[in-house]
Design a protein around this ligand. Structure first.
Ligand SMILES: Nc1ncnc2c1ncn2[C@@H]1O[C@H](COP(=O)(O)OP(=O)(O)OP(=O)(O)O)[C@@H](O)[C@H]1O
Ligand SMILES: [Mg+2]
Length: 138
């Protein structure tokens, strides 16, 4: 496990970029942490490093975005609004996961079987001001 403290969004993006270099086709990365802890910021840094040039923003009208990266599709899911739903459609995540894709999942819901395959788990914690503690489990 890697534990890092960052002191601003740029450092968190850079950590995301470092992590991205160790990711492989089909990987799922779960990104946990309180509101505003920097989950999307970290994913943005990772997506940039994977060759995404479109702006990386939080999904609002759907559960996720898919971006074209240099050699893979980069999926970015935010399941925050799913958290309260007991019976989610089992096929809901299928378009975002699997071969040819690397998927980052904010607010991974409960115990979805598809997400239990995640290879990397990240947890961000507020440390006051712009400081964040970031734990990476690979
Ligand atoms: N060290 C830091 N790392 C990341 N973001 C930081 C840091 N310091 C300050 N920030 C700011 O905190 C905010 C983090 O927002 P971001 O959307 O990345 O969080 P989030 O965890 O995805 O939130 P949400 O739960 O709403 O999806 C941004 O405004 C960013 O500029
Ligand atoms: Mg977010």
């Amino acid at each position: 496990m890697l534990v890092v403290e960052t002191s601003g969004p740029g450092e968190t993006e850079a950590l995301g970029a470092d992590l991205a270099m160790r990711l492989r086709d089909g990987d799922i990365v779960l990104v946990r942490g309180d509101l505003g802890s920097g989950k999307t910021t970290l994913v943005r840094g990772a997506a940039r490093a994977l060759g995404v040039t479109d702006p990386v923003t939080s999904p609002t009208f759907s559960i996720g975005h898919r971006y074209r990266g240099a050699s893979l599709t980069v999926s970015h899911l935010d399941l925050y609004r799913l958290a309260g739903l007991g019976d989610e459609d089992p096929g809901l995540l299928a378009d975002y996961l699997g071969a040819g894709r690397i998927a980052f999942v904010e607010w991974p819901a409960g115990d979805s079987e598809e997400l239990s395959d995640a290879r990397v788990r990240i947890t961000l914690t507020h440390q006051g001001g712009d400081r964040r503690r970031i734990e990476v489990m690979e």
